[in-house]
Design a protein around this ligand. Structure first.
Ligand code: G3H
Ligand code: ZN
Length: 332
């Protein structure tokens, strides 16, 4: 199944909302995380939502976000053509100052099915105006738009907030009505980064109230949960039952990547690092001190890459299970 558009993604959300499951929105910035995630989703027959933040695009583009996004998306497109699940890309946390240089060209070049405009740091009226502009921009391309109301504590790429502000249901209804957003990101106590679900004051009741309020007004929307890393399976399931349809996960993958690589390098230290008191020149392959050679079977980056991919695949499969999207692909 090829890389798909916003209209197809809207259908996936409709089915998810009707059947009471959610999609994980999987952040990635490089191939090992992508390949591990893709393998998990193909195996589980779940549609796959990937997301790229501006920071990730900038990293992939050697400092240039738009070329980085193009490179990542072309990689995704080539792989998506080989699997029988729907594959979608969302632009994550784009601030209003990057509408012209990131969102607009990404839409025009068909690089995403949806985009999140994050104007949540602005006062309500300015958030409405900035979000509405992106909704109008995205409509002709059939791309979906996610807006955020409330504030999520923690740091995500270039977005940082020291405080959390819970979303108000009445304001949420007004915001959706006035902006016409397709998805609504709410703040119900989660935090970006390394935060343990046990330490959070999660307001599942508030998610339910926002969902109910939007339904009452005939404006039901998939609700989006940011900062979902660190939550328990029960917490995720309760929030999905309360109306959350998109569950954002980034930090979990970052940790799983680093941990798998650290374990691999620790276990294979002697094959990669010269013994104490010896140096090894990477150009001439000349050791100084003792005679020593590294082991190419272990320092080839594909070896650690395979280990990272397997670890990412395992954790992605577990999270698919938590949100219930396995076996639900519209395209399998
Ligand atoms: O937009 C991305 C997310 O909200 C990721 O949150 O880093 O806590 O997984 P996380
Ligand atoms: Zn986020």
């Amino acid at each position: 199944m090829a890389f798909l558009s916003g209209c197809d993604l809207a259908q996936v959300y409709r089915r998810a909302k009707a059947d009471g499951y959610a999609l994980i929105a999987n952040n990635f910035a490089e191939p090992n995380v992508l390949l591990g995630i893709l393998a998990a989703y193909e195996g589980a027959k779940s549609d796959l939502l990937l997301q790229v933040s501006m920071g990730a695009a900038k990293f992939a583009g050697g400092g240039k976000p738009l070329p980085g996004l193009r490179a990542l998306v072309r990689y995704v497109q080539a792989l998506a053509a080989e699997v029988r699940i729907g594959v979608f890309v969302n632009l994550d946390h784009v601030t209003p100052d990057h509408v012209g240089d990131f969102i607009r060209p990404a839409l025009a070049e068909g690089l995403c099915a949806s985009v999140m405009i994050d104007a949540s740091a602005l006062p309500f009226e300015e958030n409405v105006a900035a979000t509405k502009r992106v909704v109008e921009l995205a409509r002709p391309y059939g791309a979906l738009v996610e807006g955020e109301l409330g504030k999520i504590k923690g740091v995500e790429d270039e977005i940082a907030s020291d405080e959390a502000f819970y979303t108000d249901p009445d304001e949420a209804a007004e915001y959706v009505e006035r902006t016409g957003v397709d998805l609504l990101a709410i703040s119900v106590g989660t935090q970006h980064g390394v935060s343990t679900g046990r330490d959070l004051t999660l307001r599942t009741d508030l998610a339910r109230a926002i969902d109910a309020r939007l339904r009452e007004e005939g404006m039901e929307r998939p609700l989006v949960l940011h900062g979902a890393s660190g939550l328990s399976a029960e917490q995720v399931r309760a929030l999905v039952a309360a109306g959350v349809c998109k569950v954002n996960k980034d930090t979990t993958y970052q940790y799983v990547y680093a941990r798998a690589a650290a374990d691999f390098f620790r276990a294979n230290r002697a094959a990669i690092l010269p013994p104490e008191g010896t140096t090894f020149d990477p150009i001439t392959f000349e050791p100084s001190g003792r005679d020593w050679k590294p082991d190419k079977k272990l320092f080839d980056p594909r070896e650690v890459g395979k280990v990272v991919q397997a670890a990412i695949r395992a954790v992605a499969a577990e999270m698919i299970d938590q949100v219930g999207s396995g076996g639900k692909s519209l395209y399998a």
